[in-house]
Design a protein around this ligand. Structure first.
Ligand SMILES: CC(C)(COP(=O)(O)OP(=O)(O)OC[C@H]1O[C@@H](n2cnc3c(N)ncnc32)[C@H](O)[C@@H]1OP(=O)(O)O)[C@@H](O)C(=O)NCCC(=O)NCCS
Length: 430
């Protein structure tokens, strides 16, 4: 355990603890590409899995064999009919796939054992023939017919990590080769897993030449055709199927990154791509349990002079009027509305902040629009914002207009003059 945890700072650990109640007892399906099983980082990944287990997250490992299969084929000069299990699998390829699979499973078993974790290679997948598609016989290529969830859950309950191979058996006990991306998603469905995590050799899903960190499932669906031919097309299609089918979150990340799995699961700015359904993106009212998170989120911006200084006590005083923007339960933005007893016609938008990794995605605009709507609903007819560095954002993007101190409610004017921040005064009338 030492190596995996030693690179995590105590502050990170505190961040991780925020997630513990949320993930407690949930099941994550971790899918390792064949190339990642060969990677030097495998022991670290398995230590990350040990961390997940110690936080009482159930883990099932599904693995691929593409790399092992290609290596065996080369060693033995055998032409394989398909390497990833999505195409026709002839007898020679199946034979090599079985060998490749035992080798890959063994490597995982060995590394898990070295990490002190109990695990078992399972025969939990009943498969059926893909059959003939558009005139092509897929031979010993298989689909998932049924996952034996009782068996897997039994192992999980006993503290054993099940290892699921991309090889299944049909009703008659005949062996078929299955694509591991498909298998991971089907396993996650069968176990009602909340996350399916693909560890691959690429950094994440790339759209328009850029790795997208957070990808709403609707956007993925819309852009899927652009990914055709890309290395991660299979991951993208299965992520889409997974999230549309009810898995809350599917992650695709580079398995060669040290601590990558832990960072992806336990931080706002993951290292790969998170595909999520929109219900996980929301603005909600803050509660007292959010105090420390709001303070941590905004404190950097206070140092930069973008936001006025607020300590925990002052955040607590205003907590009723703080609103938070969350993605997948992670806090990425906030806004505070301040009402003036002496002047109900106007309310102020304060503490507007969007985490740097999530800026330029429309979140700031959504928070301002949300605040304006709440202000309008309160009966006021003007929103006020004071800004030192983002006044153009309020003017150009959100439709505010610069005003002078006359526009401020009396009590606010006195504070404004004594603060000496020289913020620009911006007003939006409804
Ligand atoms: C200002 C802030 C909230 C904007 O959040 P965001 O989520 O990036 O904003 P959106 O994605 O909705 O809008 C992005 C647009 O605003 C523009 N924008 C953002 N900050 C800007 C700024 N300081 N000046 C001018 N334009 C700005 C962007 O250029 C972009 O324009 P485009 O759509 O034409 O490309 C965010 O930058 C932030 O948190 N900044 C630090 C804290 C701060 O200054 N808060 C305001 C205190 S009152």
């Amino acid at each position: 355990m030492d190596k995996g945890i030693s690179s995590i700072k105590p502050t990170d650990l505190r961040g991780i603890l925020n997630y513990v109640p949320r993930f407690l007892g949930q099941t994550f399906v971790v899918s390792l590409d064949g190339s990642i099983i060969e990677s030097e980082n495998l022991p670290n990944i398995l230590l990350d899995i040990a961390v997940l287990r110690s936080l009482q997250i159930n883990v099932v490992i599904v693995h691929g064999i593409g790399k092992q299969l290609s290596c065996l084929a080369e060693e033995r000069s055998i032409d394989i009919s398909n390497s990833d299990g999505s195409g026709p699998t002839d007898e020679a390829t199946l034979d090599l796939a079985i060998r490749a699979s035992s080798r890959a499973s063994h490597q995982i078993l060995e590394a898990l054992t070295q990490s002190g974790l109990k695990c078992a290679i399972t025969n939990s997948v009943r498969s059926k023939h893909i059959g003939v598609i558009k005139g092509v016989d897929y031979l010993r290529g298989g689909r998932v017919d049924r996952i034996d969830s009782n068996f897997l859950n039994h192992l999980i309950k006993e503290g054993i990590i099940p290892i699921v191979q991309p090889i299944g058996f049909d009703r008659n006990g005949h062996t078929l080769r299955i694509n591991s991306d498909l298998l991971a998603i089907e396993t996650a469905f069968a176990l009602n897993a909340t996350k399916s995590i693909f560890l691959t050799e690429c950094d994440g899903l790339e759209i328009g030449g850029v790795i997208v960190r957070q990808l709403p499932v609707e956007v993925l669906e819309f852009k899927l055709s652009e990914l055709k031919g890309a290395a991660l097309y299979s991951k993208a299609t299965h992520a889409l199927t997974g999230v549309k089918g009810g898995i809350s979150r599917v992650h695709v990340l580079n398995g060669n990154i040290h601590d990558g799995l832990i960072r992806e699961v336990f931080s706002n700015d993951g290292v790969g791509t998170l595909v999520y359904s929109n219900e996980y993106r929301q603005i909600r009212k803050a509660t007292r349990t959010d105090l420390a998170r709001i303070y941590n989120l905004t404190s950097g911006s206070v140092e930069e002079g973008e936001l006025a200084r607020r300590n925990i006590a002052s955040i607590e005083r205003d907590i009723e009027n703080f609103y938070l923007y969350e993605i997948d339960g992670n806090l990425v933005g906030c806004v505070l509305i301040t009402y003036f007893d002496s002047n109900p016609d106007i309310a102020e938008i304060n503490a507007l902040f969007v985490q740097s990794t999530h800026q330029q995605q429309g979140i700031g605009t959504r928070l301002v629009n949300f605040a304006c709507e709440a202000i309008r609903e309160s009966g006021a007819n003007k929103a006020l914002a004071l800004s030192t560095q983002s006044f153009r954002f309020f003017e150009d993007i959100c439709g505010f207009k610069e005003a002078n101190t006359e526009a401020l409610p009396e009590s606010r004017r006195q504070d404004y003059l004594s603060e000496k921040r020289n913020s620009k005064i911006l007003i939006k009338e409804f």
